[in-house]
Design a protein around this ligand. Structure first.
Ligand code: GUN
Ligand code: ZN
Length: 425
């Protein structure tokens, strides 16, 4: 099956800082997709002859790669907007009670369905997802993602020091993770991540199990939280008597396949280690603002040059929209004196997050050979957006979409070249 789409194409395959060639824009472009894979892309005038005779579908709007959410919790979607607490109290009061309900497979199935629908309506086609401690919460998410052909990476949460009803053990963590890896490896577009919740909810024995799993399965990711909240950081120092990242490093959890959410309060020592290991940080500005955690330091990250991507962190994050999250990243950066360029923000929301998740060869840039996951953006989705983007430059339109846009600006979401969601349909 071969299909051709004509429209305005924009992607940012590499970090555009000091690399203007990273931004690829065809004002009148052609995208040709065969069996879900991009087989040609370029200016319509350059490609029209080669594909003469093929039916061409015109897409109204700005076509960008599907967004990649590098950190999000599906079981927390119904606790979004829970009032009144910073991280540790918010977990105890709002989140742990909600996660206990995922012992029930039918509940997990229902929420997983709603969650993936919400990703698509926001233009997100790939994500690295926290489920709960329950193995069946992973099965529920993976089954739903397989049916929708989405690129989802997840893995059972490890938390043997968690509250009653949510705590596993070092042994069940190993056994259940091994079983899930065996059950899901190589299926559809799914990937597995060994997922210790954070240093405070795992015993040393369980962190060692996580390290062993990572060492024994070179194809899996490691996904956890790092240096998000001041009180959390103090508790980590009290228990481990070392730098936060070192607490993970001791157990073999800092590798090129490690994704750490937040990193709001990083020491320079941690930054050096992140860079040399190839590990990276999922930056989550919506969450950091909502929980009063602070502002990610883009200047520090850039000085050290470790990898970064962008995550919503729903339910601490308050929006599924990666556009809106990119706009908040701009504001978080500016709070610390840094100007986040809108093309760089698009990079972080697409190819940057894809690289962090080690799926950058497959998605994130709409290059030939990549999977055809893409979004059609409407830069006149609201009256205000229409006014602000009329006669604006590309950079201004993109920035307006990030500051003013959200799910309303997603006209269509395509998975492997097929329309998987359409606004108003
Ligand atoms: N740290 C440990 N667990 C969580 C969680 O569920 N959300 C956030 N934002 N931080 C965490
Ligand atoms: Zn999180």
């Amino acid at each position: 099956m071969i299909r051709a789409f004509r429209g305005e194409l924009l992607s940012v395959a590499r970090d555009p800082r000091g690399d203007a060639g990273a931004v690829r824009h065809e004002a009148d472009g052609l995208l040709v997709v065969e069996d879900g894979i991009v087989v040609a892309r370029g200016a319509y005038s350059d490609l029209a002859e080669r594909f003469a005779g093929m039916a061409v579908e015109a897409l109204p709007g700005l076509i960008v790669p599907g967004f990649v959410d590098s950190h999000v919790h599906y079981p927390q979607m119904d606790r979004i907007a829970s009032h009144g607490e910073q991280l540790l109290d918010w977990l105890d009061r709002h989140i742990f009670p909600a996660e206990k309900a995922f012992a029930d497979r039918a509940h997990a199935d229902a929420v997983a369905e709603a969650f993936l629908g919400e990703l698509l309506r926001n233009g997100t086609t790939s994500a690295l997802v926290f489920p709960t401690v329950h193995a069946q919460s992973v099965d529920a998410l993976f089954e739903a993602a397989l049916a929708r052909r989405m690129r989802i990476v997840s893995g059972k949460v490890l938390m043997d020091l968690g509250p009653e009803g949510l705590a596993d053990t070092a042994e069940t963590a190993r056994g259940e993770s091994e079983a899930l890896i065996a059950r899901w490896r190589g299926r559809g577009r799914l990937g597995y991540a060994v997922t210790p919740r954070f240093a405070l909810t795992s015993s040393d024995a369980q962190l060692a199990v996580a390290g062993a799993l990572v060492a024994e399965h070179p194809d899996v990711l490691m996904h956890t939280h790092l240096a998000e909240n001041v009180r959390e950081c103090e508790a980590v120092t009290d228990r481990f008597s070392c730098d936060y990242l070192d607490a993970y490093d001791r157990f073999g959890l800092v590798t090129a396949r490690s994704v750490f959410a937040h990193g709001v309060h990083l020491t320079d020592r941690s930054c050096v280690r992140l860079e040399e290991s190839g590990a990276g940080v999922a930056v989550c500005p919506s969450s950091n603002l909502f929980l009063g955690s602070g502002f990610f330091d883009f200047g520090q990250a850039d000085r050290h040059g470790f990898r970064t991507g962008l995550g919503t962190d729903v339910g601490a994050g308050t929006s599924f929209s990666m556009l809106h999250t990119a706009g908040l990243a701009y504001q978080a950066a500016l709070a610390r004196g840094d100007r986040l360029d809108p093309f760089r923000a698009l990079y972080l929301a697409t190819a940057g997050s894809a690289a962090l998740l080690h799926i950058g060869d497959r998605v994130g840039a709409l290059e030939v050979g990549q999977e055809a996951d893409f979004v059609v953006l409407d830069d006149a989705a609201t009256p205000l957006l229409a006014r602000r983007t009329a006669e604006a430059s590309l950079a201004e339109r993109l920035f307006a979409l990030q500051i003013l846009g959200d799910d309303r600006a997603i006209r269509r979401t395509y998975i492997l070249g097929d329309c998987a969601w359409e606004r108003g349909a």
